[in-house]
Design a protein around this ligand. Structure first.
Ligand code: HEM
Length: 187
C-alpha cells in the first residue's frame, strides 16, 4: 500500500484523537509493523500494517474497526480531491464519478504509481436512482471502499444510502475479497 495512504491515516488519527492516542496506537502496533511506522509518501508498505494500526486504534478508543475504516475512506476521498483536483470533474454527479473510478481514475493512479495495488470495480445502473458497484480485490478493503463512496456522495452534495453485501465465493472471479454495493440516491 502506498505510503501516502499511511501518512493520511496517521494525520487523520492525530486530528481526530490527538497526538497521545496516535503515539499509543503506534507504540502498541510496533511489534507487528515491519516498517516500524516510518512511512514516506513515496514508499510502499504491506497493506497488513494498516489493519494492525486500525485494530490497535479500535482497542484504545473503543470505536468499532469498521467505523474507523469507513471514516478513513471518507477522509481519504477528500484528501484525494485536494491532491488530484484534475481527476475530479465538478460538472458530474456521484454516479457518473463512481462509474469512472475503474476505467479513468484508478487508471491514472496506476500511471502515476505503477506499484499501486488497486481493486476492481464493475458498475451497472438499476433504474435512475440506484447504482450497483461490485468491488473485488486481493485485499480486504471493502469497508474502505464503502467510506469512499460515502465521501463521494458528500462531495456531490447528494443524499443517499450505501448498502454492502459480501459476494459469494463463486462470484469472486479469482479475487480474495468481494462486495456488492447498492447505492441509492434520494432526490
Ligand atoms: C469513490 C471512489 C473510489 C473508491 C470506492 C476507491 C476505492 C479504493 C480502495 C478500496 C482502495 C484500496 C485497495 C484495495 O481495496 O485493493 C483504493 C486504493 C487507492 N485508490 Fe481508490 N477509490 C476511489 C477513488 C479514488 C480517487 C478519486 C483516487 C485519486 C485521485 C484514488 C486513488 C487510490 C490510490 C492512490 C490507492 C492506493 C493504492 C495503493 O496503496 O497501492 N481512488 N481505492
Amino acid at each position: 500500500m502506498l505510503g501516502m495512504i499511511y501518512t493520511e491515516f496517521l494525520n487523520m488519527a492525530e486530528d481526530t484523537f490527538g497526538v497521545d492516542t496516535t503515539e499509543d496506537m503506534i507504540e502498541k502496533s510496533l511489534p507487528n509493523l515491519p516498517s516500524k511506522a516510518v512511512y514516506t509518501s513515496v514508499g510502499n508498505y504491506s497493506h497488513k500494517e494498516i489493519i494492525v494500526l486500525v485494530s490497535q486504534l479500535s482497542g484504545i478508543t473503543g470505536m468499532p474497526i469498521t467505523d474507523l475504516i469507513k471514516a478513513f475512506g471518507t477522509h481519504l476521498f477528500g484528501r484525494f480531491n485536494d491532491r488530484y483536483p484534475e481527476m475530479f470533474d465538478s460538472g458530474e454527479d456521484a454516479f457518473a464519478f463512481l462509474e469512472k473510478v475503474e476505467d479513468y481514475i484508478h487508471v491514472n493512479v496506476r500511471s502515476l504509481y505503477p506499484e499501486a495495488e488497486l481493486p476492481s470495480f464493475v458498475c451497472h445502473r438499476q433504474g435512475e436512482n440506484t447504482l450497483i458497484m461490485d468491488y473485488r480485490s486481493q485485499r480486504p478493503f471493502a469497508t474502505l471502499a464503502h467510506g469512499m463512496i460515502l465521501g463521494c456522495l458528500g462531495y456531490f452534495n447528494e443524499d443517499g444510502t450505501v448498502e454492502g453485501m459480501e459476494l459469494s465465493a463463486d462470484e469472486l472471479n479469482g479475487f480474495v475479497a468481494g462486495f456488492r454495493f447498492t447505492i441509492t440516491r434520494h432526490g
